[in-house]
Design a binder for this molecule. Structure first.
Ligand code: PEP
Length: 249
């Protein structure tokens, strides 16, 4: 079964109301392939979710950048999956390396979040990836396999999961993985899914790449057979974002 190309735009902790409206204007007028071919998911900050949802073209979806690990309640500052569902937000990004690295989110914690959000009906972009030290130590595959294994152990279905391979050394650094480097990890991840989950999950789960993707490098990356889309950070805030979103196989 063909995997629909998927492009996420992660605005991180950026954006005024005016900037958000400007980017949405660009996205709304962008010429992109039909939603049959490409799925576009925009992840603004929490406080801009409703604004973006109300203004964004209907063929694009909105994602939160995080969610609490279980049912909401006395967790000051957190946002639960139920609140996102109630707001009509269909997607959530979980396990971003900035949260793993800066806030200490462990593989287990991320996996619990993935499981809980799926149980509430959200679609999840689950981020995994190795640091530069880990890559240089030849540990890339074991690290991403550990991260994926933690998730696989806690979920019953991969239908609503997109895996985002985001090497930490490529995020926000301008240092993009080469198409061959991305393809190698995506292909290994697919093999891992085939051996440890099922061949069906391996062939249907979308594995997208993130790390300094922009309009200039996206086409080459998209040509790799196991690259099923992108998670775009910095470039999704720029004028070029619409060009980047339009790249697909
Ligand atoms: C990201 O935030 O997920 C990301 C990939 O950032 P950037 O594109 O800026 O490297």
């Amino acid at each position: 079964m063909a995997r629909k190309f998927c492009v996420g735009g992660n605005w991180k902790c950026n954006g005024t109301i005016e900037e958000a409206k400007k980017i949405i204007g660009l996205l709304n007028s962008a010429e992109v392939p039909s939603e049959e071919d490409v799925e576009v998911v925009i992840a603004p900050t929490y406080v801009h979710l409703s604004l973006v949802k109300s203004l964004l073209r209907p063929d694009f979806s909105v994602a939160a950048q995080n969610a609490w690990v279980k049912k909401g309640g006395a967790y000051t500052g957190e946002i639960s999956a139920e609140i996102l569902v109630n707001l009509g937000i269909p997607w959530v990004i979980l396990g971003h390396s900035e949260r793993r690295g800066l806030l200490g989110e462990s593989n287990e914690f991320v996996a619990d979040k993935v499981a809980y959000c799926l149980s509430q009906g959200l679609k999840v972009m689950a981020c995994i990836g190795e640091t530069l030290e880990q890559r240089e130590a030849g540990e890339t595959m074991s690290i991403v396999a550990e991260q994926t294994k933690a998730i696989a152990a806690k979920i019953g279905s991969w239908d609503n999961v997109v895996l985002a391979y985001e090497p930490v050394w490529a995020i926000g650094t301008g240092k993009v993985a080469t198409p061959a480097q991305a393809q190698e990890v995506h292909n290994e991840l697919r093999k891992w899914l085939a051996s440890n989950v099922s061949s069906d999950v391996a062939s249907t789960t979308r594995i997208i790449y993130g790390g300094s993707v922009n309009a200039g490098n996206s086409k080459e990356l998209a040509a790799e057979p196991d690259v099923d889309g992108f998670l775009v950070g910095g470039a999704s805030l720029k004028v070029e974002s619409s060009a980047c979103l339009s790249i697909h196989q």
